[in-house]
Design a protein around this ligand. Structure first.
Ligand code: C2E
Ligand code: MG
Ligand code: MG
Ligand code: MG
Length: 280
């Protein structure tokens, strides 16, 4: 939430402000031209069932490679894409690319394997969003229940009526919905329980703070809420066995993090899938 408002966060003039504004405008210009030149890539990070370690899906994550071999973080360029409006075209491409990849691996994965795709507020607010998603699923033969959209609490709190309507449309098309970074925005329980949601993703910041008293309180509140609402839960950013055990004991269903695998290009994902199915 605060993340998305970084661009407006200058309350008073500062000598470096103009330079900073210029830098952002340059970055937006470069992002636009790299997007059209098909420089952006979509990588995939495995999601596993905590109890068994079984591969149950992947999250598609944008990558913006630079000429020197480095990457600009999506934490930096997604807000710029949102601010400039470019996110609508980029987001449509991400959905399409994710579904194309999903179609290409569908035969090699378990029947409950899901492709998760992040969706920004401006995308979600488009008039025909649910239909657009349905069309893309049809084009790539994605069965019901196999595409999961990750939306943030800021979307949910943004325009409750519109959100409820769009979520029902998505549900009728067999699209699953997860709330990403859950706990950051403090959505009200009474509101969240009215929505047709499938999953709560516990933010990495809480996972990192699990060993502290307040961190554990927040996590256990979120997990309880998920259980009570009949939603599945996923812990993000799991890096250690200790964290994995903690969430398994809380009966959190799924996990994602460097302990299992980092985000990887499609080609590497294919190898990862082959290895995983050989093991089980
Ligand atoms: P997110 O959706 O919460 O994605 C999870 C982020 O956590 C990813 O960062 C992932 O690489 C990182 N991560 C996963 N496991 C670990 C771990 O064990 N340790 C650490 N330190 N990090 C871990 P990434 O790829 O940099 O993406 C950052 C954010 O950018 C995403 O957060 C999402 O909000 C946004 N984003 C990325 N791709 C897209 C996209 O296609 N569309 C939209 N709208 N947003 C995107
Ligand atoms: Mg996400
Ligand atoms: Mg997240
Ligand atoms: Mg996050």
């Amino acid at each position: 939430n605060a993340k998305n408002h970084r661009l407006d966060s200058y309350a008073f003039y500062h000598p470096s402000m103009e330079a900073e504004t210029q830098r952002r405008l340059d970055l937006i210009r470069r992002l636009r031209s790299d997007f059209h030149a098909e420089v952006l890539q979509l990588w995939y990070q495995p999601q596993v069932e905590l109890r068994s370690g079984r591969l149950v899906g992947v999250e598609a994550l944008l990558r913006w490679p630079q000429e020197d071999g480095s990457f600009i973080s999506p934490e930096v360029f997604i807000p710029l894409a949102e601010y400039s409006g470019l996110i609508l075209d980029v987001g449509a491409w991400v959905l399409e690319e994710a579904c194309r990849s999903m179609e290409s691996i569908l035969e090699d994965v378990d029947p409950d394997f899901r492709m998760a795709v992040n969706v920004s507020v401006p995308q979600f607010r488009q008039r025909n969003f649910a239909n657009m998603v349905g069309d893309i699923m049809a084009r790539y033969n994605i069965p019901r229940g196999r595409l999961e959209l990750e939306i943030t609490e800021s979307i949910v709190m943004d325009d409750p009526k519109l959100v409820a309507e769009v979520l029902h449309q998505l549900k009728s098309k067999g699209v699953r919905v997860a709330i990403d970074d859950f706990g950051v925005g403090f959505s009200s329980l009474s509101y969240v329980q009215q929505l047709p949601l499938d999953k709560l993703k516990i933010d990495r910041a809480f996972v990192k703070a699990a060993h502290t008293n307040s961190g554990a309180v927040i996590i256990e509140t979120i997990v309880n809420m998920g259980h009570r609402l009949g939603l599945s839960t996923l812990a993000e950013g799991i890096e250690t066995e200790e964290q994995a055990r903690y969430f398994e004991e809380l009966r959190v269903t799924e996990a994602q993090g460097y302990l299992y695998a980092r985000p990887m290009p499609l080609q590497d994902l294919r190898h990862h899938i082959n290895k995983s199915s050989a093991r089980s």
